[in-house]
Ligand binder design. Structure first.
Ligand code: GLA
Length: 394
């Protein structure tokens, strides 16, 4: 089913490319989206996270040009962009819209390698956009891989991730952590990435597809407050980190303190800052425990940690919402569900349920019914499998 859909998407991508740019050779690339099992809002706090590349993402058809002009289209957005290399500034502009992501990568690649060729490109995706599955990281990573391949620069996975991350931080201006770009660039079939964001260093832990599957529960609630809410959380964590450092224990990252350290400065913090940092410190322990559970193939223990993570993001970090709570509660009540939690930044968008293979259909029906009766709208579901990292397609 997914294979048929993917073939149709690739046909549509090729047809649009030829219609827009004429016949001739083109190369096609793919980079995956990601879910994160545990480790919510830890990457920008120097913590450990457990993302997994999935079998959906962003596809790119591309052909180099020698005049330094870049032309970009997408099957998912109406806006078409044409821009000369010299006109790409230090920051994106509203006129560039979605094309700010690939152009940010081009700018970083140009700065790092001196390569200045332009390109004609069409993008397409089979991930829901802006709902917590890292479509923006996938668009950045697929662009980095394509530029690398077109210029023969032989960048490694981490360099692709860094180009992608810098594009998002510096060019697009979103102060996200490194998790999404590393998860996409370093994805490996049959594995979850245990990423220690403080290094960063990482290892791949096996994820047995015969033991567990991931069902994405898309509330389709737009993440209106995501940007301001995200930046507020980053600032709140920085405030607590400063208080902890001032208390005499100077560690480089908030996630590296423990709950006892937090208790020592509790009187200096208001309730909100106390709860924000309690989430960070307890979530760090949950990620460590989840790595142990994964190594032991213990999906029950892993699922319980997903549930605890959701509760902590709801109560202490306050990035959940009624839609995410209702849909994860409904999933948790179903047979075969090990655990469920919101995915990505929160504030709307998607949640995931970790479940026993073969149970997805029943979970979907039951969660949809609960959601419909509360909100009167239909959620969408995607059964995801482990995916590869970024690749060139034949
Ligand atoms: C978004 C950000 C990531 C990470 C998550 C929360 O997806 O892009 O860097 O902070 O939120 O875990």
């Amino acid at each position: 089913m997914l294979e048929t859909k993917r073939a149709a998407l690739l046909d549509a991508l090729a047809a649009r490319f030829r219609a827009a740019y004429g016949p001739g050779p083109m190369r096609r690339f793919f980079a995956p989206g990601r879910i994160n099992l545990v480790g919510a809002h830890l990457d920008y706090n120097g913590g450990d996270v457990l993302p997994m590349a999935v079998d959906r993402g962003i596809y790119l058809a591309i052909r180099p040009r020698d005049d330094g002009v870049m032309r970009l289209q997408s099957l998912d957005f109406e806006r078409v962009v044409e821009i000369a290399a010299a006109a790409v500034g230090e920051r994106t502009t509203p006129a560039l819209g979605w094309a700010g992501y690939p152009l940010g990568v081009w700018r970083g690649f140009h700065a790092a390698t001196g390569c200045a060729r332009g390109f004609d490109a069409v993008f397409a995706g089979d991930l829901p956009v802006a709902s917590g599955l890292s479509s923006s990281a996938a668009i950045e990573v697929v662009t980095a891989l394509a530029l690398d391949a077109l210029h023969g620069t032989r960048l490694g996975g981490e360099q692709l991730a860094l180009l992608a991350h810098r594009a998002e931080n510096d060019f697009v201006g979103v102060r996200c952590g490194i998790m999404d770009q590393y998860a996409s660039a370093l994805g490996r079939v049959g594995h979850v990435l245990l990423l220690h964001c403080a290094g960063p260093t990482w290892e791949h832990l096996p994820f047995d597809p015969s033991a567990g599957e991931v069902l994405v529960l898309d509330t389709r609630k737009p993440r209106h407050l995501a940007k301001s809410g995200f930046n507020e959380r980053v600032a709140q964590c920085a405030t607590v980190h400063a208080a902890l450092r001032a208390s005499g224990k100077d560690l480089p990252h908030l996630a590296h303190y423990d709950v006892a350290d937090l208790e020592r400065v509790r009187t200096k913090l208001d309730d909100l800052h106390y709860r924000r940092s309690r989430h960070v410190l307890t979530e760090m322990q949950r990620t460590r425990d989840a790595a142990v559970a994964l190594r032991a193939h213990d999906f029950r223990a892993l699922g319980a940690l997903l549930d605890q993570s959701h509760a902590s993001t709801r109560i202490d970090y306050e990035v959940s919402c009624a839609e995410l709570d209702v849909i994860t509660d409904a999933a948790r009540a179903c047979a075969g569900v090990y655990g469920a939690r919101l995915v990505g930044a929160g504030f709307g968008g998607c949640a995931i349920a970790l479940l026993r293979p073969g149970t997805a259909e029943a979970v979907q029906a039951s969660a949809a019914a609960a959601y419909r009766s509360r909100f009167g709208t239909e959620p969408t579901f995607y059964l995801l499998r482990n995916g590869t990292g970024p690749v060139e397609l034949d």
